[in-house]
Ligand binder design. Structure first.
Ligand SMILES: Nc1ncnc2c1ncn2[C@@H]1O[C@H](COP(=O)(O)OP(=O)(O)OP(=O)(O)O)[C@@H](O)[C@H]1O
Ligand SMILES: [Mg+2]
Length: 585
């Protein structure tokens, strides 16, 4: 049954049990006042008014009796309102909790999980599918209790009437039509579930295209892709419309189908009532009770298709929520504080995805003693960045192991490991925050003085102080308001601030002009002292001074040594070096 599918998520209801049970309480009152209150009211209010056989009643008494009508509706209205209010309150809190869990999970999933999926689709799952789940849970919490209670109350009234008025047959005929309504409900439920999944996937496509297009705003203009992109987006949105209508088509047919069934039930009741000699008020009360039992059936039918839609969204959410956190803290971690920085790779092989045929790294073995400035060189795609990525465990080596100070990196807590590493990546990303805060995330405990000293060391201070708001300037999304070189200097300043024993510089100065580069190189010379440094740079001026150079080619470590020995012995290194020098001159 579909309900079981949602069981792991009922804990969200329990976390909000006070508002939830308040909602349930009012739902109970609402159900009773609808299923029992309305038909009973009809039965007791009408006879004294229309019965002309007894003595005439004063108008005040009639008014008092008639007052029962608005009172029952008032009770029903107020309890219905409070029920909806508390159900919605519970629902929005659940949405918040599910979204937070989703976001929290995205933070700890392996980098490859996020990179192998479309950003827009992940956004859509976090927004649209969580909203669908909220809707389902609230409709379930609301109608799942209220409607069965209304149904039981109404049927209870019918049975009571059957006994009291001896119209047993009449009532049985009424009731016989109720189970028939299950047929269209099941039919629609089956139709909805797959279509709902397609619809949510299509919504993901729309978000993906939108986010991809916005990220490529410059390319769209440069290559004149405006019309092509608009056309592509149009195709995707119209597919979404089609998918949405595919659900609406079935879901909306449910209510009319059940109404026709209930009308048929009323007609049959009429025919039987003619032969059974029932009083008008009893008859009307029975019709009201019958209507009141079809109402919940209708709602339960809608709830069923809602559950199917929720199920589809849940499938999509669980792709993230239940994804294994492959890169996690070990069960019994080796506790370390500050590492020295003895780095070693032992027969490390690694490939992105399942593509084991062309590994990004193959059988790499190397020992980099603490305090070594080690340069990685090789053609583009040779595996330099991949090599560096394995040290902070951004990815996990398929075979072999990476050790720091003799500890396998998998034996350390991730936080301990990464606290010991400072990284300036190939494409540094800043947060849409002030420059100061972007710098300060290099070190949690940083003071204003420390932050500014780091900025000065990275030669970032010069440009920051010329900005209108200085350190308090907001840098825009991903740092869009800064130049490539400015972003790099901020990233380098973060590394200064972090002052970790292991430093990874991946093309850290590639976006700088030669003046700034010379200045930053100078600063880096201070930074690298006493640290284990992996430096990837295409300018050999940076590399020549390294005490150790690793040459990569097609994922293999093909040579290692210092500049002089490699230049003399290694063809690849010599050709890379000469090509650089000739193009530089
Ligand atoms: N996230 C990824 N998913 C799949 N394959 C990847 C990924 N990143 C890199 N690769 C592949 O792995 C290989 C090594 O890439 P890597 O980034 O390590 O090269 P590199 O030596 O740093 O090159 P460059 O000098 O151009 O930065 C390449 O063939 C590349 O296509
Ligand atoms: Mg690279």
């Amino acid at each position: 049954m579909t309900l079981r599918r949602f069981r792991p998520y009922f804990r969200y209801l329990l976390d909000n049990r006070r508002t939830f049970f308040t909602a349930v309480f009012y739902g109970l009152l609402y159900g009773a006042s609808s299923g029992l209150g309305l038909p009973a009211m009809v039965n007791y209010v009408f006879p004294p008014i229309f019965d002309r056989t007894g003595p005439a009643l004063p108008t005040s008494v009639i008014a008092a009796i008639a007052l029962a009508i608005p009172l029952v509706f008032l009770l029903r209205g107020v309890t219905g309102y409070l029920n909806s209010y508390y159900v919605t309150l519970t629902g929005t809190r659940i949405l918040e909790a599910v979204r937070l869990d989703y976001f929290r999970k995205l933070q700890v999933l392996p980098l490859s999980f996020v990179q192998n999926r479309r950003t827009g689709d992940l956004i859509s799952r976090g927004l649209a599918d969580t909203a669908q789940l909220q809707n389902t849970l609230t409709v379930l919490a609301n109608d799942g209790l209220k409607q069965p209670i209304t149904l039981i109350a109404a049927i209870g009234y019918l049975v009571w009437q059957a006994v009291a008025t001896e119209g047993v047959w009449l009532v049985l005929v009424c009731l016989a039509t109720v189970p028939l309504a299950v047929l269209p409900i099941r039919y629609v439920g089956r139709k909805v579930v797959r279509r709902a999944e397609q619809m949510q996937a299509q919504l993901g496509n729309v978000t993906s295209q939108l986010s991809e297009n916005l990220a490529a705003a410059r390319e769209v203009r440069a290559f004149g892709l405006e019309a092509r992109e608009t056309h592509r987006f149009g195709v995707t949105t119209s597919a979404l419309v089609k998918a949405q209508m595919n659900i609406i088509k079935y879901a909306q047919a449910l209510t009319p189908a059940i109404e026709v069934l209930s009308a048929t039930g009323i007609a049959a009741t009429l025919v039987f009532a003619y032969g059974a000699d029932v009083k008008l008020e009893s008859f009307i009360a029975i019709i009201v009770a019958l209507y009141m039992s079809y109402e919940p059936v209708k709602k339960l039918g809608a709830l069923n298709s809602e559950l199917k839609r929720g199920e589809a969204s849940l499938d999509r959410l669980e792709v993230v929520l239940n994804a294994p956190v492959l890169i996690a803290d070990p069960a019994t971690p080796v506790v370390v504080d500050r590492l020295r920085g003895d780095l070693a790779f032992e027969k490390v092989s690694f490939s992105y995805g399942d593509n084991a045929d062309s590994p990004a790294l193959e059988e790499v073995t190397v020992r980099i003693p603490a305090g070594t400035v080690c340069a990685l060189v090789g053609p583009s795609g040779a595996g330099k960045t991949t090599f560096a990525n394995l040290v902070p465990r951004f990815y996990e080596a398929a075979q072999g192991g990476v050790t720091l100070d003799g500890h396998d990196v998998r034996a350390l807590r991730l936080a301990d490991l990464r606290r010991n590493i400072a990284l300036v990546s190939q494409e540094p990303v800043l947060f849409n925050d002030t420059i100061f805060n972007n710098l300060a995330l290099g070190l949690e405990t940083a003071t204003r003085e420390q932050v500014m000293a780091a900025a000065r060391a990275a030669h970032a201070d010069d440009f920051i102080t010329t900005l209108p708001q200085g350190y308090d300037t907001i840098v825009g999304e991903r740092g869009a308001l800064l130049s490539g070189g400015q972003k790099q200097r901020i990233a380098i300043a973060r590394a200064f601030l972090r002052n970790a024993p292991v430093l990874i510089l991946d093309e850290a100065t590639s976006a700088l002009d030669s003046d700034s580069e010379a200045a930053v190189q100078d600063a880096l010379r201070h930074l690298v002292v006493g640290k284990t440094v992996l430096i990837i740079a295409h300018r050999f001026s940076t590399i020549r001074d390294a005490s150790m150079i690793l040459v990569f080619d097609k994922g293999r470590l093909v040579a290692q040594g210092d500049h002089a020995s490699l230049y003399a012995d290694n063809e690849l290194y010599k050709s890379l070096y000469d090509r650089q020098n000739s193009s530089a001159n």
